[in-house]
Design a binder for this molecule. Structure first.
Ligand SMILES: Nc1ncnc2c1ncn2[C@@H]1O[C@H](COP(=O)(O)OP(=O)(O)OP(=O)(O)O)[C@@H](O)[C@H]1O
Ligand SMILES: [Mg+2]
Length: 407
C-alpha cells in the first residue's frame, strides 16, 4: 500500500479542525477513532509519509477531506530512504570537527553500534546533525530514525515506535526480536540521543536505571548479532554494555572542545579581540561551543563585546551552571571528593597521588571512581613528559567545583 504525506497547507487545515474539536495534536481519542497509534499521528504532524489508510482515517475523524490535506507532489520513488527525525537540528552554522565527522561517518557505515559521548554543550547532537547532512545523499541507509530519550520512554514504547516505522506501518508492536529482524532485513540507522536520561545517578558512570535495564539487552544484542544496520547512541556517559571486545563492530567517539575553529565561532558571535585574546578565551572554556556561545552573550552585554576587558577582570564566569549541576548530581561521594581534590591542586595529579591523598578509600575504589569520571568527561587526562598519566579539571569545571563545594 502507498504512503502519503500532508502538505504544509494541508496541516493548517487539520490544525484548525483539531482546535475546533478541542483535541491536542496527539489526542488519545483521535488515535483511537482513527485506529492508529500516537507514533503514527506524530509522524503525520512531522510530515513523515505514513500509510494511506492511516492518513485518510486521521483526516476523516477530525472532519477534513484527506484530498485537501495530502501533498500531491509527493511521491516516494523506490530507493528513497525513509526518514523520521524527531528533532531537526540546525547545522547551518557549524565550525570545525572535520576529523570527528570522518571518524563518525566511518563508524556508522561499518559498525553495528556507535557511541558519541561528551560533556553537555560540547556539540554531540550538532555533530550528529551535521553527519546526517553529509551522508544523506550517499544512499547508504534505507531507514533513518532519530529519537531523544529525554522523556525516558520505557523500552517497549520505543520499540513499538521503531518497529512501526521500520515496518512501514505494517506492524504496530514488537520486541527486540522483531527489531533485530528489521535490522537484518534492511539497512537502518537508529539514532538515540540523550541516553543519559535513563542512566543511573546513584552508581558509577555507565549503568542504566533499574527500570531501564532492558535497554542494556538491546545494546548487547545490537552489538553481538549479525545485521546490516547501526545504532548510534549520544550520551553524557558511555553505557558499560557498549564497550566492544576485540572484533566486535563498535565505534566510540569521546568529543572534546573545538580548537582553532572556535575563533570563528567567537567572531561570528560579534566578539572583538585579537587572535591571541580569542584563543585565551577559548582555552578558558575548553572549546565547549555551548559555553562559548553563553560567555559571548555575557561579554556582549557587560563589555560591549571586548574580549580584552573580560579577560582583564581575571575571573571565569561559570556559564554552564545548570548543566554542570546536573552532571554533579550524578556523582558518588567518592567521585565528588576526587573532583574537589583535583580542584584544589593547581597542578595536575597522578593516580598514585590521588590514591595517597584520598587515603580513606582503598586504591581500587579510587581507580574505579577516576575511571568513572573519565567516562563522564569531567576530568581531563594529560600525559606528562615522562610518560606518566596525569589528571586535571577544565578551568570552568574547576571554578564550578570551587564555588559549590569549597568553603
Ligand atoms: N561545531 C559547531 N559549530 C558551531 N556551533 C556548534 C558546534 N557544535 C555545537 N555548537 C553549538 O553549541 C551548542 C551546544 O551544542 P549541542 O546541543 O550539540 O551540545 P550537546 O553536546 O548535544 O549538549 P547536551 O549534552 O546538553 O545535549 C548549540 O547551540 C550548538 O549550535
Ligand atoms: Mg545534545
Amino acid at each position: 500500500m502507498g504512503s502519503l504525506r500532508a502538505s504544509k497547507e494541508g496541516l493548517d487545515i487539520v490544525e484548525q479542525a483539531r482546535k475546533k474539536k478541542g483535541w491536542t495534536k496527539t489526542a488519545l481519542t483521535w488515535c483511537e477513532k482513527a485506529l492508529t497509534t500516537e507514533a503514527t499521528l506524530k509522524r503525520f504532524w512531522r510530515l513523515v509519509p505514513i500509510q494511506q489508510e492511516s492518513f485518510t482515517k486521521i483526516c476523516e475523524v477530525v472532519g477534513v477531506d484527506w484530498e485537501n490535506v495530502v501533498d500531491e507532489n509527493f511521491s516516494l520513488p523506490t530507493g528513497t530512504p525513509r526518514i523520521d527525525w524527531e528533532q531537526p537540528i540546525d547545522v547551518s552554522i557549524f565550525y570545525g570537527r572535520k576529523k570527528e565527522l570522518a571518524t563518525l561517518e566511518k563508524s556508522v557505515f561499518k559498525d553495528r553500534l556507535a557511541i558519541v559521548s561528551g560533556l553537555g554543550g560540547i556539540g554531540k547532537t550538532t555533530l550528529v546533525g551535521k553527519l546526517w547532512e553529509n551522508i544523506k545523499g550517499k544512499g547508504e541507509f534505507e531507514y533513518v530514525i532519530q529519537r531523544s530519550l529525554c522523556n525516558k520512554p520505557p523500552l517497549s514504547e520505543l520499540l513499538n515506535d521503531l518497529i512501526e516505522f521500520l515496518s512501514d506501518d505494517e506492524e504496530k508492536t514488537g520486541g527486540i526480536f522483531q527489531l533485530m529482524g528489521y535490522l537484518r532485513k534492511q539497512r537502518c540507522l537508529l539514532i538515540l540521543d540523550n541516553v543519559e536520561a535513563i542512566m543511573s545517578s546513584d552508581k558509577l558512570a555507565g549503568f542504566f536505571c533499574p527500570e531501564y535495564q532492558d535497554y542494556s539487552d538491546l545494546i548487547k544484542r545490537v552489538k553481538a548479532e549479525q545485521h546490516k544496520s547501526c545504532l548510534l547512541l549520544i550520551s553524557w556517559e558511555r553505557p558499560k554494555d557498549s564497550v566492544g571486545l576485540l572484533g566486535e563492530k563498535v565505534g566510540f567517539l569521546r568529543l572534546s572542545g573545538l580548537e582553532q575553529e572556535a575563533q570563528e565561532l567567537l567572531k561570528a558571535q560579534g566578539l572583538l579581540g585579537t587572535d591571541k585574546e580569542l584563543e585565551t578565551l577559548n582555552k578558558l572554556y575548553a572549546g565547549n561551543p555551548g559555553s562559548l556561545k553563553l560567555i559571548s552573550a555575557l561579554i556582549q552585554e557587560l563589555f560591549d563585546g571586548r574580549v580584552q576587558n573580560y579577560l582583564r577582570s581575571g575571573t571565569i564566569v561559570v556559564v554552564l551552571n545548570e548543566i554542570l549541576a546536573q552532571h554533579f548530581s550524578r556523582l558518588s561521594d567518592l567521585e565528588t571528593k576526587i573532583m574537589i581534590n583535583l580542584a584544589m591542586n593547581s597542578e595536575p595529579s597522578s593516580l598514585s597521588q590521588l590514591i595517597e591523598e584520598i587515603s580513606s578509600q582503598p586504591a581500587s575504589k579510587v581507580m574505579e571512581a577516576v575511571n568513572s569520571l573519565i567516562n563522564r568527561s569531567l576530568i581531563e587526562k594529560i600525559s606528562s613528559e615522562v610518560g606518566e598519566v596525569l589528571f586535571s579539571l577544565l578551568p570552568e569545571v574547576r571554578k564550578y567545583v570551587k564555588s559549590k563545594f569549597v568553603k
